[in-house]
Design a protein around this ligand. Structure first.
Ligand code: 2BA
Length: 107
């Protein structure tokens, strides 16, 4: 068995949750916060048989979208009147970890 931890953007989370349900994939959804942007994202915890990992990854890939976010340029924050281009950050569709599971108990 594997555990998949998938960090996805808020905007894709509902559709992803629905796809997991439709495909009988059990998942737990956590509200999380990215350390860099300090914006909300969603982390799914999925316990799954080894042979279904690719199926889960395919669903995550099909739903999640790469998006661009813009941050104020910190170099001008203390200079009133200065205009500088905001910093562009590309947020990937999903950040996914696949872990081996030593034990699984559903008591
Ligand atoms: P955040 O930490 O808010 O990062 C959002 C986006 O900001 C990142 O997109 C990346 O494009 C940029 N970024 C992050 N740290 C940076 C840095 N030190 N310098 C410059 N740019 C930086 P993604 O890489 O697609 O990450 C999306 C979200 O996935 C992250 O949100 C974080 O919540 C999670 N994540 C990404 N890599 C991770 C990792 N190795 N471990 C745990 N969580 C991770």
């Amino acid at each position: 068995m594997k555990m998949i931890l998938a960090i996805v953007q808020d905007s894709d989370a509902v559709q992803m949750s629905n796809k997991f349900m439709d495909n009988d994939i059990r998942a737990t959804k956590l509200s999380t916060t990215g350390g860099f942007l300090k914006a909300g994202n969603v982390t799914f915890i999925i316990g799954i048989e080894d042979e279904r990992v690719d199926e889960v990854l395919a669903i995550i890939k099909s739903v999640s979208k790469i998006r661009r976010q813009y941050l104020p340029n910190p170099s001008v924050l203390n200079m009133p009147g200065e205009i500088a281009a905001p910093i562009e950050v590309e947020v990937k569709g999903a950040t996914v970890f696949v872990l081996d599971v030593d034990g699984f108990y559903h008591l």
